[in-house]
Design a binder for this molecule. Sequence first.
Ligand code: AMO
Length: 437
Amino acid sequence: MERSLIADTVGKVGQKVRLEGWANTIRDHGKITFIDLRDRSGIIQCVGESLKRVSPESVIEIMGTISERPEKLINPKIATGSVEIQIESLKVLSPAAELPFDMGGEDLNVDLPTLLDYRALTLRHKKQQAIFKVQAVIIDAFRQALLKKDFIEFQAPSIISSVPEGGAEVFKVKYFDHEAYLSQSPQLYKSLLVGIFERVFSVNQIFRAEPSVTTRHLTEATSLDAEFGFIDSWKDVLDMEEYVIRFIFSEVEKKCSDELALFDATLPKISDKIPVLKLKEAQKIIYKRTGRDVRAEKDLAPEDEREICKWSLEEKGSDLVYISHFVTKKKPFYVSPDPEDPSYAFSVDLLGRGVEWSSGGQRLNDYKVILEHVKEWGLKEKDIELYLQSFKFGVPPLGGFALGAERVTMHILGLKNVREASLFPRDMERVDLRFSR
Ligand code: AMO
């Protein structure tokens, strides 16, 4: 008999089936045993008499008959709650060792280190799986949104010869007799490719040697990058990103209602248009609301980001807010300064629910000005020769943005730590397992 999926049992009362999956929970009532069986499609209660002992999480095969549950035993919480399987035979395909903690509850009650140290096991829990189902929908929606707008996907290299974002947060790689780096961002490649395809996007791992442990930094993250040419203004970039974000939210709403419900999560609110504040305006608002004078600062601190998001929700009814016009010299060399006041740039962060979700903006496309910036930023032309080659031969006015997939997932679901939104998070203290174990 062919294997059936659990989700397909509903409405097939009386039929015989062969199910395969994991023994999610086992309740022994003397002679009668209840096993909640889990497969990729769902979970179902199976009942049998005088079964041999099975340990939780073992992989099993059950042959049985689908029967209707008595009215008062219907479980409205699960899709298969109106039926159960009368077990006729049970075979263990792969036994599980004794579990280090209970996996059967609605929540997985373990602390974060345990959650990560037992990743191969904890990811089996349905709430853990839900996080990554949502993430998969987010990433797919990012792709679909841009494909609809005629973008083409590309694969960016991970081993690179320069440090596009600047700063020391970079992993050096010994590359034969040379020095190379793990890519902080596909930035230079995506801009270069605008000179070829006009509109490009990539879903890429990025590497940041973040020297501190915070709830929002990973050393390896998933960057959803988009870049496009022939823009009339930096605001075109904001509009494109807003379109992508709205598309992502509508896909998550359509496809992930069960997953959102598990986390009691509601999608972030967006007003008619995502509000835009210049850095200076944001700083004035923070001063007015809190008395903290951050008006001379060159960037927003995490508490400033939280305060501006609060303002945005209270005053504009939006969980998302753009901050533009960061200090030019604090941004990478490729940013386009605002001609009205070149000390501020057409660079934009998207903040959501208190944290930065993305950065982006308009880039320089004038070869001569790029060369001036390269000098001013203390870079060596030879390190970004390929990038310069592209602009030497003409690239249209361009801009783009990059969303962090883990941060978006984290804030849609209301997770406390970005590590929870990474299947196998890397940070200062771990590559899979903790260094100090
Ligand atoms: P930025 O450095 O702001 O911009 O990165 C873009 C987005 O990627 C995510 N992100 C991270 N997430 C978790 N841990 C990290 N260590 C981490 N670093 C970055 C964030 C962030 O907003 N080239 C520009 C983008 C552009 O201008 O198009 C860039 O890399 O969500």
